[in-house]
Design a binder for this molecule. Structure first.
Ligand code: NAD
Length: 309
């Protein structure tokens, strides 16, 4: 790898641009390329970001590009997608987003890209699967944001509830990034203390779990879209990759026999480093937690089967 850290963001909507803005503010890479089917939009966004360089700690090269620019990129972030039409089923939306991804992945591959795909487009577990299928890349090089944002929401809400910094809350949301996601509470700690030993009030924990699950819906009701949180989650994962951190993040990772599942993507605590996804971290579920996780993966299994070739 040369020293030039290069990230390409495909899809310069709310999510893609929140990621780009956070990359700039955190001075994460040396080169940032913006690509969108709406070329004018990508061009305008690049101009706008460039005008902030005078006030930024970053010496970043930012421009709107073409797929050929993916050639020597380290990471391709995909936040491109279409929205659900009225009366459209989830599967129909998925099929249209699969068509969007077909128009993206092939030219990226044709550019000679050999880095890591990081997917944010929803439903993220399925779109990540589709990326692996379309690219033919190894599982280590295709990951999705998975339940990283849900985990951040959980850490924030638990920290607020316990009056402890979210940075010292070690708790994970797992499974689908969606309604069937689950929390292995038996594994959650604040510093060294198990959450279940310091909070005996099941209702409070249930409320926190519901608030995590329904957060996106609440935000969308209030402001039509969610983007800052996912933008920061993307940047967290990008930093773990570029800085070879070996950090544990609940990305959407390819299950290859882990937890008894094969050939699906699901949100699981994973070690992330310069080669992308390294491995899944073992989780010691209680029986009830295992059933919840299995149910979530069964849902992902069924949806994946409906959409694959
Ligand atoms: P948006 O509509 O603002 O942006 C989508 C962008 O994709 C647009 O700029 C559009 O022009 C572009 N696009 C569409 N088709 C394209 C193509 N074929 N090639 C290139 N670009 C194309 O939407 P958004 O609010 O930014 O959301 C983007 C995606 O992120 C959605 O699928 C959304 O559900 C998802 N999302 C995921 C999470 C998560 O936790 N993973 C959180 C929030 C949003």
């Amino acid at each position: 790898m040369d020293d030039n850290k290069k990230v390409v963001v495909i899809g310069t909507g709310f999510v893609g641009m929140s990621c780009a803005y956070a990359l700039l503010n955190q001075n994460v890479c040396d080169e940032l390329v913006l690509i969108d089917i709406n070329e004018e939009k990508a061009k305008g966004e690049a101009m706008d970001l460039n005008h902030s360089l005078a006030f930024s700690p970053a010496e970043m090269r930012i421009y709107s590009g073409k797929y050929a620019d993916c050639n020597d990129a380290d990471i391709i972030v995909i936040a491109a997608g279409v929205n659900q039409k009225e009366g459209e089923s989830r599967i129909d939306l998925l099929k249209r987003n699969k068509t969007v991804f077909q128009s993206i992945i092939q030219p990226v591959i044709d550019s000679g890209f050999d880095g890591i795909f990081l997917i944010a487009t929803n439903p993220v577990d399925i779109m990540t699967y589709i990326t692996k299928e379309l690219s033919g890349f190894d599982k280590s090089k295709v990951i999705g944001t998975g339940t990283s944002l849900d985990t951040a929401r959980l850490r924030y809400l638990l920290g607020h509830f316990l009056d402890i910094s979210p940075k010292n809350i070690h708790a994970y949301v797992m499974g689908e990034h969606g309604d069937s996601e689950m929390i292995p509470w038996s594994q959650a700690t604040a510093g060294t203390k198990p959450i279940l030993s310091i909070c005996k009030d099941e209702n409070s924990l249930k409320k926190i779990a519901d608030d995590v699950k329904y957060a996106a819906g609440e935000i969308i009701k209030a402001k039509n879209a969610t983007y800052y949180g996912i933008g920061m989650a993307l940047v967290r994962i990008i930093k773990a990759i570029l800085n070879n951190e070996n950090s544990i993040i609940t990305v959407s990772a390819y299950l290859d026999g882990e937890f008894g599942f094969h050939d699906i993507y699901a949100g699981v605590p994973s070690v992330i480093n310069r080669s992308g996804f390294r491995e899944i971290v073992e989780v010691k579920f209680t029986d009830e937690e295992r059933n919840q996780f299995t149910e979530s993966c069964n849902f992902l299994r069924t949806t994946t089967d409906k959409i694959r070739n």
